[in-house]
Ligand binder design. Structure first.
Ligand SMILES: [Zn+2]
Length: 407
C-alpha cells in the first residue's frame, strides 16, 4: 500500500466527531478507524500498536541499530473529521487538473474555482463529489505518518531515533488531547501533522479564552414600567455598544487579536452574551480579559452590582512561549527537511489553536506541519497527490538523524 491507497482507505471511514456528546471518543464510529489503524500498524511491524480506552492509538517504531540514545521524536494526527460538513460516504476521486473551474458534482453546480486551483495546474488532485468533506484534515496526516513509518521499516539503513506515533480522536471538537497519555506516547518532542498547504510550518497560535456575561434585568408590565423596568436585552446591547468596533474576526488578520461575540440569548429579565477572546500576544490577551471585566464593572456601577456578571475561562495558550526559548531546533529541522524536498517553508501564525498547543503547555513541545490539504471543513476540500507523496518524504527526512553530531 502506498500513501494514496492508505488515504483512500482512511477516508472511507466516517469518523465525524460530535460536540454534543459527552463520551470519549465522542462518537463510536471513530473507533472503527482506530481499530483498523492498530491492525495496519501491527502488520507493518509496530507490534505494540494499541488503542487505549479513550480511543487514542499509540505505536512505537524502534530506533535504528546504534541510534537508541537519540531522544524519541513523535508524530501525531487526528482521526476525526469536522462536524462542519458531512463526513459519511465520502467518494474521493482522482482527477488530473488541466485548468479552469473544476466541477465536483454531476450537475456541475459545485465548483472548485480556477483561482484556488491555479498553483496545482498539471497535478493530479483528490477531490470529493461535492456532497461531503474529503477528510484530508486529518487523514492525510495519518496516511503520511503511517507511510513514513512503513518506509523507515523498509529502509533499515536510514538512521533514526525512536519514533512515537499517536492518532487522537475528537480534535475537531477541541478534546483531542484531553486524555492524551504523554508517558504512553513517550516522545520528548513531537509534531502534529495537521496543517494546510505544502510548506506550512506553525509554532504560533492564539491565546484563547471564552467569556460569558450574564445580565440580570428587572421585568414589569410594560404599561407600568416607567422608571422601573431594566430590560436585560438592552443591558446586553449596551455592553455590545462598548466593544471596540474594529477588533472582530472580520476586521483582523495575522497577529491581530479580537473579540468575537458568538451567541446571544435572553429576554427582559435575563440575557447572556458569549464571546471568544483571541490574541497571539499574551499581554494583549490578558488586557482583553481585563477590558471585558471593566465593561461589566461600568454597567454594575451604573445599574447596581450584579447587573452584569462576567465568567472567563482560558482555553489554550500560544505555543510560541514554549517553543521559542529552547525548541527552535524542531522548526529548523522541519524547515530543512522541506527545503531538501524542494518545498519552501512558510512559517505562519495560526489564527486558531492546535492539539500541539495544548501538548506544548503540558510539556511536549509540538509544532504543526502541513498535510498538503486545501479547503478544510468543506465539501470543496481537496489534496494534490504530489503533496501527499512529498509529505511522506519530508517526514522521513525529519525522522532521520540530520547529521552525525546529533547521534
Ligand atoms: Zn485537523
Amino acid at each position: 500500500m502506498d500513501v494514496i491507497d492508505r488515504f483512500f482507505s482512511y477516508v472511507s471511514f466516517d469518523t465525524q466527531s460530535d460536540e454534543n456528546s459527552t463520551s470519549c471518543p465522542s462518537t463510536e464510529k471513530e473507533m472503527r478507524l482506530a481499530e483498523a489503524l492498530v491492525q495496519e500498524l501491527q502488520s507493518l511491524g509496530l507490534s505494540d500498536a494499541r488503542m487505549d480506552k479513550h480511543g487514542c492509538v499509540y505505536a512505537h517504531l524502534h530506533a535504528a541499530p546504534g541510534q537508541e540514545m537519540i531522544p524519541a521524536l513523535g508524530f501525531i494526527a487526528h482521526m476525526d473529521t469536522s462536524p462542519d460538513a458531512p463526513g459519511a460516504n465520502v467518494r474521493p476521486r482522482r482527477v488530473l487538473y488541466r485548468g479552469g473551474d473544476l466541477p465536483l458534482d454531476e450537475a456541475g453546480s459545485i465548483l472548485l474555482d480556477a483561482q484556488t486551483l491555479t498553483p496545482y495546474a498539471g497535478q493530479e488532485l483528490i477531490v470529493t463529489d461535492g456532497t461531503t468533506l474529503l477528510g484530508a484534515d486529518d487523514k492525510a496526516g495519518i496516511a503520511e505518518i503511517v507511510s513514513a513509518a512503513a518506509y523507515l521499516l523498509e529502509h533499515p539503513e536510514i538512521p533514526h531515533g525512536p519514533i512515537c506515533i499517536a492518532f487522537t480522536p475528537d480534535e475537531e471538537i477541541g478534546r483531542g488531547t484531553e486524555h492524551f497519555d504523554l508517558s504512553a506516547f513517550g516522545a520528548s518532542a513531537a509534531y502534529t501533522v495537521d496543517g494546510g498547504t505544502l510548506g506550512e510550518l506553525e509554532y504560533e497560535n492564539f491565546n484563547a479564552a471564552n467569556a460569558h456575561i450574564h445580565f440580570t434585568g428587572f421585568n414589569i408590565h410594560p404599561g407600568e414600567a416607567k422608571n422601573k423596568m431594566r430590560n436585560a436585552i438592552l443591558l446586553a446591547q449596551e455592553f455590545l455598544s462598548l466593544m471596540p468596533p474594529a477588533e472582530t474576526p472580520a476586521h483582523t488578520e495575522g497577529r491581530e487579536g479580537f473579540f468575537h461575540v458568538n451567541r446571544i440569548e435572553g429576554n427582559e429579565s435575563a440575557a447572556d452574551l458569549y464571546f471568544l477572546i483571541r490574541d497571539h500576544d499574551r499581554t494583549a490577551f490578558e488586557a482583553r480579559k481585563e477590558q471585558l471585566s471593566r465593561m461589566a464593572s461600568y454597567l454594575n456601577g451604573k445599574y447596581g452590582s450584579d447587573t452584569a456578571v462576567l465568567h472567563l475561562r482560558d482555553i489554550y495558550y500560544n505555543m510560541r512561549e514554549k517553543i521559542e526559548p529552547e525548541h527552535m531546533d524542531l522548526i529548523h529541522r522541519a524547515a530543512a527537511a522541506m527545503e531538501a524536498e524542494g518545498v519552501t517553508p512558510r512559517i505562519v501564525p495560526i489564527r486558531g489553536g492546535t492539539d500541539g498547543a495544548q501538548l506544548s503547555w503540558k510539556g511536549l513541545p509540538c509544532p504543526n506541519l502541513c498535510t498538503g490539504g486545501v479547503n478544510f471543513h468543506s465539501v470543496r476540500e481537496f489534496i494534490p497527490v504530489p503533496a501527499l507523496e512529498t509529505m511522506v518524504r519530508i517526514l522521513v527526512r525529519i525522522a532521520a538523524v540530520p547529521d552525525s553530531k546529533e547521534a
